[in-house]
Design a protein around this ligand. Structure first.
Ligand code: ZN
Length: 252
């Protein structure tokens, strides 16, 4: 029923107890997931997990907070990983000016090189963008490729601009928070054909479990909130977002 498009079963503390979280997910109707890497190690683990379960897919990439020392040799490894069968996206990659742990010029360089790799392998990008939406938009527009805006937190107007250059908008836990006016506005107005749902677990736990550990089973709370905001049945939100996920990720 649900496709959780962004999980970190490849990192602590979910990785250590992965079978339990996969069981919970399946028991709660989450029958497909994409495990997303953010450095070489988590990318390798994403592939290892995807190779064990038919319904789990992998995305590989080096994210903006983990690219301080990234070399062309590291990017060659991402290039090689992208050739594997269960690797269906490049990410998460992008820009993060909130933490600002890596100089912006370095983030932009590593991001741009990975946009080229996604084009080479013809896989969608999974974009992490925090306090950097304008620069992210400019680099993506210049790169002329497509993909997913993961845990999108910008305005509806900006979402529309990303849609216009080939991106899907993925909503996570924050849409369920009581005072999250902007994400709720996006959920209400966005073109349904471009909407995805994700947990980004173990982070960003949705209401009513905010403050606890997040896991893929919780993706239903995001679907439930979108259904409420749009006056739809939750089954329809599940069906449409799953269909969209398979379309953008190229899953038959
Ligand atoms: Zn993530």
């Amino acid at each position: 029923m649900y496709f959780d498009t962004h999980v970190h079963l490849n990192s602590s503390p979910l990785y250590e107890d992965i079978d339990t979280y996969i069981e919970h997910a399946l028991a709660n109707g989450v029958n497909e997931m994409m495990v997303v890497g953010f450095d070489l190690e988590t990318s390798r683990k994403a592939i290892e997990i995807a190779n064990q379960y038919a319904f789990i897919y992998a995305a590989v990439g080096i994210g903006p907070n983990d690219c301080k020392e990234t070399t062309d040799e590291d990017l060659n490894q991402i290039d090689e990983m992208l050739a594997q069968e269960k690797v269906i996206a490049l990410g998460e990659v992008g820009l993060d000016y909130y933490w600002d742990e890596v100089p912006r010029a370095k983030q932009q360089e590593v991001f741009s090189k990975q946009i080229e790799l996604a084009k080479k392998h013809n896989v969608p990008l999974v974009i992490h963008s925090r306090d950097a939406l304008n620069d992210t938009y400019e680099l993506l527009k210049a790169g002329q490729h497509y993909g997913i805006m993961h845990c999108y937190s910008g305005s509806y107007e900006m979402a529309q601009r990303f849609i216009d250059i080939g991106f899907y908008i993925s909503l996570a836990g924050p849409v369920t928070f009581k005072n999250a006016r902007v994400p709720k506005e996006v959920a209400q107005n966005i073109n349904l054909d471009r909407l995805l749902i994700e947990t980004d677990c173990p982070y960003l736990t949705p209401h009513p479990y905010r403050g606890k550990l997040n896991e893929p089973a919780n993706v239903m709370y995001i679907a439930m909130e979108i259904a409420k905001l749009r006056n739809m049945e939750i089954e329809d939100v599940a069906r449409i977002t799953t269909f969209n996920a398979k379309r953008v990720l190229g899953i038959k």
